[in-house]
Design a protein around this ligand. Sequence first.
Ligand SMILES: NCc1[nH]cc(CCC(=O)O)c1CC(=O)O
Length: 332
Amino acid sequence: MSPSPIAAPFPATRLRRLRRTPALRAMVTEVTLTPANLIWPIFVTEIAGGEGEIPSMPGVERLTLEGAKRAAETAMRLGIPAICIFPHSDPDLKTESCERAWDPENIGNRAIRAIKQVAPELAVMTDIALDPYNANGHDGLVRDGVILNDETVEALGRMALVQAEAGADILGPSDMMDGRIGALRGLLEANGHKDVAILSYAAKFASGFYGPFRDAVGASGRLVGDKKTYQVNPANREEAMRCVARDLSEGADMVMVKPGMPYLDICRMVKDQFAAPTFAYQVSGEYAMIEGAIRNGWLSREVVAESLLAFRRAGCDGILSYYAPQVAERLA
Ligand SMILES: NCc1[nH]cc(CCC(=O)O)c1CC(=O)O
């Protein structure tokens, strides 16, 4: 979209004419934000006493299974079409081989089934990565300090099939291993899950903005080293585009840019280049930043909706945001 020159010079053109009243402003509003544009990420704990507020994400709570069901009902009531489940799993059951990641009884899979019971029409999205179940906090299997690609993809395949079996509508591979989308798509096709959608965390950057999330899922203290050998360098636009192209060509139905607000240029490029359903994740650190400033009285709560509108302007079809229920409530 290249701007066309304004035909008439001042004063024939006065751009303030259309800003004068709410009615005029409403008429020329270009993008909208509705509850249908939101995906709500929730944390579900299996640890007794693990529920409650996450200190680095004030206002966001880890939920019990019962709490997750209530959240699903809230989402339905507010018109939020999808919820995304993140497990807070028992630290004693985290291992180097991560076998709990594909245990049908892990907390993530139990949450899928519980939510489907109370809100069958709500789209349930999952996260596919080993970090909640990994003793060393990485998204992949680690041997001698190296993150193993192909072995991890195999493990992710097991994880994906079990999630699909549990009733997930949308799988969200967030691991950034090479070849995982094709592998998952093939497994889903071969195992009777041809209608399960994949929303690939395609342009996922190695970001410091994930800090509070790692607290929320209990991975912070564990992470050995960083995720730079699999997540994208924040300096790279072209590489992010190649990731998106690759994931779409391997069978992703939708793609995601993550983090969100510091990467709006990537959102716009992805939408323009691929014209595919494009999502952004307003991640935990963005939430913490905004919410911290609001709670300190430094910003007004209006910035929440403004921050989400920015994603729509940048071309995103939807946004994963911890603010989803709050914003949907305000829009209602
Ligand atoms: N598989 C990990 C995963 N899935 C979603 C997030 C971050 C979400 C957020 O910060 O809100 C992360 C963290 C990471 O890559 O370390």
